[in-house]
Design a protein around this ligand. Structure first.
Ligand code: TYM
Length: 334
């Protein structure tokens, strides 16, 4: 079976180093693998997902282009990958409705992310609840084999597989069951101030969140004030979540295995280690930021690239959506 990669990222909040670790860098890597195998990779700015919680309409428009520029700045090649905006391809909203017929209500209610996000909210939208069905449609519409994601999306992917299997059982073999690809190191980057919490675009502490566009001095300050633990040992251990997180961050930023990081800094205390983590982040992010600024400045070009992506994505999704309608028994227009 040829490799078909699909992943999505929400245009809500400023992207973080967590998105780099579980998202951007994996997108670029899987794009290369798919190209080498004669497959196809799709990367989607999932704007329909961004309206499930409180948001500003003007910000959604701006952030959609921000994410597009960041996808290209971190290595996606519009000549090789299909990069597009979810709402430009109407099939996504339609697929979500069709698939909601084979999605378990009970299972949606058990999604960790739903339970976390509704916590303390006065208004909880039906969209937040049915979000994973839309995500399943995103993946299934492209006959996806491979989904590069971070650990926080594991449960959503499992649900997408369950939905695909239920559709296949009920209406005949239609969908491939997609497999997740998770980074070996850095599948879950944690908040520097609260290493029990995920580093997120929204929700984590500002001081504990490294943003893709943070200035070098901001990065240095955030890393310097990162919560570590008592002692001097630079080792990964469940008792040392802060240090473990910093080791993973350094490893992701430089590509050096975490074991090598541990043996190099062990017993030296946290000062020099933290300084090197900060410098590695600066070294990684400054060139990305320069490329980003250049790409983001030309909105006409971004729109042009996204229009090409949407056109190709529409062509790929349409026959799959049509098959879904047919197998489900709709009298289609002749
Ligand atoms: P989103 O926008 O929250 O995040 C985009 C990607 O970044 C990863 N990520 C992390 N990885 C490691 N450590 C972290 N702290 C961290 N924070 C975020 C996420 O795992 C994700 O891969 N529901 C998805 C978007 C989506 C999607 C899809 C993904 C919609 N449809 C289809 C894959 C396939 C989301 O909210 O990602």
């Amino acid at each position: 079976m040829t490799m078909r990669v699909f992943s999505g990222i929400k245009p809500s909040g400023d992207p973080t180093f967590g998105n780099y670790s579980g998202g951007f860098r994996q997108y670029a890597a899987t794009q290369d693998i798919a190209a080498a195998e004669g497959g196809q990779a799709f990367f989607c700015i999932v704007d329909l997902h961004a309206i499930t919680v409180e948001y500003e309409p003007a910000e959604l428009r701006r952030r959609t282009l921000d994410i597009a520029a960041m996808l290209f700045a971190t290595g996606l090649d519009p000549a090789r990958s299909i990069v597009f905006v979810q709402s430009h391809v109407e099939a996504h909203a339609e697929a979500a409705w069709l698939l909601s017929a084979v999605t378990s209500y009970g299972q949606l209610g058990r999604m960790t992310q739903f339970k976390e996000k509704r916590e303390g909210q006065e208004f909880v939208s039906a969209a937040l609840f049915s979000y994973p069905t839309l995500m399943a449609g995103d993946i299934l519409l492209y006959r996806t084999t491979t989904v590069p994601i971070g650990d926080d999306q594991r449960q959503h992917l499992e649900l997408a597989r369950d939905i695909a299997a239920r559709f296949n059982a009920r209406f005949g073999d239609t969908f491939v069951l997609p497999e997740g690809v998770f980074p070996e190191v850095g599948a879950r980057i944690m908040d520097l101030q609260d290493p029990g919490d995920k580093m997120g675009k929204t929700g984590s502490s500002e001081a504990g969140t490294i943003r893709m566009l943070d200035a070098p001095d901001v990065i240095r300050r955030k890393v310097r004030s990162a919560v570590t633990d008592s002692g001097r040992d630079v080792v990964r251990s469940p008792e040392k979540p802060g240090v473990t997180n910093l080791i993973e961050i350094l490893s992701v930023a430089t590509g050096e295995p975490p074991e090598a990081v541990e043996s190099r800094y062990d017993g030296q205390g946290y000062g020099p280690f933290k300084q090197d983590v900060a410098e590695a982040l600066v070294e990684l992010l400054v060139p990305i930021q320069a490329r980003y600024e250049e790409l983001r400045a030309d909105e006409t070009e971004l729109h042009r690239l996204l229009a090409i992506g949407a056109e190709k994505a529409r062509g790929e999704a349409a026959p799959v959506l049509e098959t879904m309608y047919e197998r489900m028994g709709f009298a289609r227009p002749q």
